[in-house]
Design a protein around this ligand. Structure first.
Ligand code: ADP
Ligand code: ZN
Ligand code: ZN
Length: 806
C-alpha cells in the first residue's frame, strides 16, 4: 500500500499548510475536514486537514506522522471546507485564518485531547491494556499528555487501537477558560440624595468617591461594582469608602444568567397577512442555490416571513441559519425564533463561554438542533443539511468582518448557499445598494409594501436647525421647540420615546476659543472626545485618555470650549429639562457588562423607561408598540465623513430609527433635527423611500465610480514610521500599475495616499485603492496575497469590498 499524506492547517496567519504522513492505522479517520493531532516544533497541536493525497512531497520535505485523529466525523463538512477555501482565495487571506473564522475558539490549536472509556472493553494487552487500567483508576478519563507522562512514552498508537475497537473515544477539550462567576455585586446609592453643598463638604478630601457617587446617580442609582470600577478605573477602596460612609450599599445577587437560555420565546401571530402569504409563495419559487431580497417597510412583518419560510423547510428535514446584526441588540428577534422552534434552536452569541460555544456547535453538527441564530460568524454554523440562510437587516455594516479574513457574511452566505443547495433570504427596509443592484441577476425581489394591520408609516418632520426656534431656556443646546413640544406631549400621555444621537461621550471635542486649537489623540489623528463620568478626554480609537486641560496647550488661554454634543450631555440636559421622566441611556459606555443591552431593553419593554436615548444601538429592529415618538437629535453626525458610504449610512440610520415609531395603535411621529434638510439622504429617509434613495445614490456612484458599479480593493499599509509606510505604499502602487499595464487589465489604481484617518494607535496609515468592474480584480488580490510584506515595520492589509475607506 502506498503512503498517504495530509495537508494540515493550523489556526495561524500562515499562507502555507503543513504536510504530514497518515499512519495506516488512522487511514479512514483522516479525511478533508477532520481534526488531527500533529507534532510541530516539539509541541502537539490540533490542526485541520484541508486535503489528502497519495503523492509524496518533494524529497527535501520529510513529513512527520500524524499522531492522532480525535473525530469519528470530520468537523468541517465538505461545503464548509469549500467555503473556507473560497474565502481564502477571494479575500486574499491565509487558509488557516479562514478556517479559524469558522470553528469556535478552543476546538483546535492548543486544545488538548482527552481519552475517555467508552463502555466496550475487550481484552487488550500491552500498552493499550495498561492505558485502559489507568483510565479505570482515574475515573474513566485522562489527557493524552498525562498518559504519555505516566507511561513515559507516546501513547497515540495504543489510543488509536482502543478507538478502533470502541474501548475509548477521544475528545478535544478547549484550553481552560475562566468560568463566569455565579454571583454579582451590585452597588446601590443609599439614603437621601446629597445637595450640592453637602457634596462639597462630604467629598472635600475624596474626589474619587464623589465621581463614583455621581456616576451611580447617572446610572439610575445602581450598577454592578465591576462595571463602575471598570469605567472609572478606581480601586475597591473607593467603593468601600462610599459604603462605610453609608452613602451606598453592596448587595450580592445571582449573576444575570444567559437570558437566551432561559427565554421560552414569544409565540408568533397565528395568521399570515395577505402580503406575507404572497411573499412566501414568491420565496418558494426561488431555485435552490439562489436567493431573494425581501424589501419590507419597517413593521411589515418580515420576521414572520423568515420564520414561516424556515418552518416549511424544517418540515422537509432541512435546517436553517438566521443572521442578525448584533445579538445583544436584537433579543426580540431571537425570542421570536425561540417561540417557534423551541429546543431546535442554538443561539450563538459572544456571551457564551468556550465550552458553551463548543456545546452549541456540537449540537448543530450532530443534527440535534436544526436552527442556528447568531451574528456574522453564525454564517459558518455547522447546520446539517442546510436549507435556508436568512440575513435580517442585510444592509448592516456589522456583517463585514473587521479582521483577516475580511469577509462579508452576505457574500459568504451566497457562496455557501450555492455549495449546500440552500436558499438565501436577505431582508431589510433599507437594502444595501449592492443587494438592490443584484436584483434581477443574483437575487429576486420580494416586497412587503405595508405595515401589518395597515398601520401608516409615521410622518417624519425635518427640522432645519439653521432657522428653527429653540426650545425656551434651552440655551445653546441644539434642542428645537418642535422636539421639545413633541417629547412633552408624549411624556404627558404616558407613552415612550426614542432619542437617537450617534455620538457617545459628553462632547465631540474640546476647542480653544482663543486660537482654535483642538485637542487630539497623541497616538491617533483624531480629536479626543470629552467624557464626564469620569471627566476625561478619551480617544474612541485607541482608548487613550487624559485629564481635561483647564487651559490651552498652544496659547495658554483659559476656559476651553466643548463642541458637538454627545449622549452623556444629552442625558444631562434631559434630566434637567424633564426631571420626572425615567431615562435610560444605551451606548458603548453603558453596555460594557454582560447582558447590559438586555437589561436596558427589557426595562423599555416593561415600560419602566419613558425615554431611551442612545447611539445607533437603539436603531436596530426594535419593536415597541408604545413608542410614539422618535427624535433624531443630530442627523448630520456621519453625513460628511470622507467616505463614499456616508450618505447611504445616514439614510439607513435615519430611516431605520424612524421606523421604530408608531408601531402600536396610538400611531407616532418622528422629528429629525439637521442643518442639511435638503440633503437627499434625509429627504428620502423622511419619506421612507428607499427605492428613491437607491436610484439617486446609484447615479451619484457613477462619477467617480464606486460600488456597485465597480468593485473595490483597499490595500491598507500601516507602520510606526511614516516614511516606511509611505515608501511601501508607493512600491505597492507601482507594483499594481505595472501589473495592470503588463497584462492590460481593465483596472484603475488610485493612490498611494494617506488614509483619512492618517494614524491609529501609533501606526501611520496609507492606502492604495483598486477599482474594476470585471473579475480581474480577484486575480490581483490572489497575486498580491502571495507577495505582500507583513513584517514588524510595515503591514499590508487587503480589504476586498471594503465597507469603509476611513
Ligand atoms: P419588521 O421586521 O418588518 O420591521 P416585525 O417582523 O417586527 O416587522 O413585525 C412588526 C410587528 O407586527 C410585530 O409586532 C409582529 O408581531 C407583528 N406581526 C407580524 N406579522 C403579523 C401577522 N400576520 N398578524 C399580526 N401581527 C403580525
Ligand atoms: Zn489656544
Ligand atoms: Zn487614539
Amino acid at each position: 500500500m502506498t503512503a498517504r499524506f495530509a495537508d494540515v492547517v493550523l489556526p495561524l496567519p500562515l499562507g502555507q499548510s503543513y504536510t504530514y504522513r497518515i499512519p495506516t492505522s488512522l487511514g479512514d479517520r483522516v479525511v478533508a475536514g477532520s481534526r488531527v493531532v500533529v507534532p510541530l516544533r516539539r509541541r502537539e497541536l490540533v490542526g485541520l486537514v484541508v486535503g489528502t493525497t497519495d503523492e509524496a512531497p518533494p524529497a527535501t520535505v520529510n513529513p512527520k506522522d500524524i499522531l492522532g485523529a480525535p473525530d469519528a466525523e470530520p468537523v468541517l463538512s465538505g461545503p464548509l471546507l469549500e467555503t473556507a477555501k473560497w474565502m481564502a482565495g477571494y479575500y486574499g487571506a491565509p487558509i488557516g485564518l479562514a478556517v479559524k473564522a469558522m470553528l469556535p475558539g478552543g476546538m483546535w490549536g492548543s486544545s488538548k485531547v482527552v481519552v475517555k472509556l467508552a463502555g466496550r472493553t475487550g481484552t487488550v494487552g500491552g500498552l493499550a491494556g495498561q492505558v485502559v487500567d489507568f483510565l479505570r483508576r482515574k475515573g474513566g478519563e485522562a489527557g493524552v499528555t498525562a498518559l504519555a507522562r505516566h507511561f513515559r512514552q507516546p501513547v497515540w498508537g495504543a489510543v488509536d487501537r482502543l478507538v478502533r475497537i470502541g474501548a475509548v473515544v477521544t475528545v478535544v477539550v478547549p484550553p481552560a477558560t475562566a468560568q463566569p462567576g455565579t454571583t454579582e455585586r451590585i452597588l446601590t446609592l443609599a439614603g437621601e440624595r446629597l445637595t450640592l453643598l453637602e457634596r462639597q463638604q462630604v467629598f472635600r478630601r475624596s474626589p474619587k468617591q464623589r465621581q463614583l457617587y455621581e456616576t451611580l446617580e447617572q446610572l439610575g442609582g445602581q450598577a454592578p461594582v465591576a462595571h463602575v470600577r471598570d469605567q472609572l478605573t478606581i480601586s475597591e477602596s473607593v467603593v468601600k469608602g462610599l459604603v462605610s460612609r453609608g452613602l451606598a450599599r453592596i448587595d450580592t445577587t445571582a449573576a444575570p444568567r444567559d437570558p437566551f437560555a432561559a427565554d421560552p420565546g414569544s409565540p408568533p401571530p397565528t395568521k399570515l397577512t395577505d402580503h406575507q402569504v404572497a411573499a412566501l409563495e414568491a420565496f418558494d419559487q426561488v431555485p435552490v442555490g439562489e436567493g431573494a431580497l425581501l424589501v419590507g417597510v419597517t413593521g411589515s412583518g418580515k420576521t414572520l416571513v423568515y420564520l414561516e419560510a424556515i418552518r416549511r423547510q424544517l418540515n422537509t428535514g432541512r435546517g436553517a441559519i438566521i443572521l442578525v446584526p448584533e445579538i445583544g441588540l436584537t433579543p426580540q428577534t431571537v425570542s421570536r425564533v425561540r417561540g417557534v422552534f423551541g429546543d431546535q434552536v442554538a443561539v450563538l452569541h459572544s456571551g457564551l463561554s468556550d465550552g458553551e460555544r463548543a456545546d452549541a456547535w456540537h449540537s448543530l453538527r450532530s443534527g440535534q438542533r436544526r436552527v442556528a441564530v447568531g451574528a456574522r460568524s453564525a454564517v459558518f454554523a455547522p447546520v446539517v443539511d442546510l436549507g435556508t440562510i436568512v440575513i435580517d437587516e442585510e444592509h448592516e455594516a456589522s456583517y463585514k468582518n473587521g479582521e483577516t479574513p475580511r469577509y462579508h457574511a452576505r457574500e459568504v452566505a451566497a457562496v455557501r448557499a450555492k455549495l449546500e443547495g440552500a436558499r438565501l433570504l436577505l431582508g431589510s427596509a433599507t437594502p444595501s445598494i449592492e443587494s438592490a443592484a443584484a436584483v434581477g441577476a443574483r437575487l429576486r425581489r420580494i416586497s412587503l409594501p405595508e405595515r401589518v394591520g395597515g398601520q401608516p408609516l409615521p410622518p417624519v418632520e425635518l427640522v432645519d436647525m439653521r432657522t428653527a426656534g429653540r426650545a425656551k431656556d434651552a440655551g445653546a443646546f441644539p434642542w428645537s421647540a418642535t422636539l421639545d413640544d413633541a417629547l412633552t406631549r408624549v411624556l404627558a400621555r404616558g407613552e415612550q420615546a426614542l432619542l437617537l444621537l450617534n455620538r457617545r461621550g459628553f462632547a465631540a471635542f474640546l476647542q480653544c476659543p482663543g486660537c482654535g486649537h483642538v485637542v487630539t489623540c497623541e497616538r491617533c489623528s483624531i480629536s479626543l472626545t470629552v467624557h464626564r463620568t469620569p471627566p476625561r478626554l478619551r480617544c474612541h480609537y485607541c482608548d487613550h485618555n487624559e485629564a481635561v486641560p483647564g487651559t490651552c496647550r498652544e496659547c495658554g488661554s483659559g476656559l476651553q470650549r466643548m463642541r458637538g454634543i454627545g449622549t452623556q450631555q444629552l442625558e444631562h440636559f434631559l434630566i434637567d429639562r424633564f426631571p420626572d421622566a425615567r431615562l435610560a441611556r444605551m451606548d458603548l459606555d453603558t453596555t460594557t457588562t454582560k447582558w447590559s443591552h438586555h437589561r436596558i431593553l427589557e426595562q423599555v419593554q416593561r415600560q419602566e423607561v419613558d425615554v431611551l436615548l442612545g447611539t445607533q444601538m437603539i436603531a436596530k429592529g426594535l419593536d415597541f408598540p408604545n413608542v410614539t415618538l422618535v427624535g433624531v437629535v443630530d442627523a448630520d453626525t456621519a453625513l460628511y465623513l470622507p467616505d463614499f458610504r456616508a450618505a447611504e449610512r445616514t439614510f439607513q440610520l435615519v430611516a431605520q430609527v424612524a421606523g421604530r415609531a408608531g408601531r402600536g395603535p396610538r400611531g407616532g411621529r418622528v422629528v429629525v433635527q439637521t442643518y442639511n434638510p435638503e440633503h437627499y439622504a434625509l429627504t428620502h429617509a423622511a419619506a421612507h423611500d428607499s427605492a428613491g434613495f437607491l436610484a439617486a445614490e446609484l447615479e451619484i456612484r457613477r462619477s467617480p465610480l464606486y460600488p456597485p458599479h465597480v468593485s473595490l480593493v483597499n490595500f491598507l499599509v500601516s507602520g510606526v514610521v511614516e516614511q516606511d509606510v509611505a515608501r511601501e505604499a508607493d512600491r505597492l502602487a507601482n507594483w499594481c500599475h505595472a501589473l495592470v499595464e503588463a497584462r492590460e487589465l481593465p483596472l484603475t489604481v488610485l493612490g498611494p495616499a494617506p488614509a483619512p484617518l492618517a494614524k491609529v494607535k501609533d501606526r501611520w496609515r496609507w492606502h492604495v485603492l483598486l477599482k474594476g468592474a470585471g473579475p480581474e480584480i480577484g486575480r490581483v488580490v490572489r497575486f498580491a496575497a502571495q507577495r505582500l510584506p507583513s513584517g514588524k515595520r510595515v503591514r499590508v492589509i487587503i480589504d476586498r469590498d471594503p465597507v469603509s475607506l476611513l
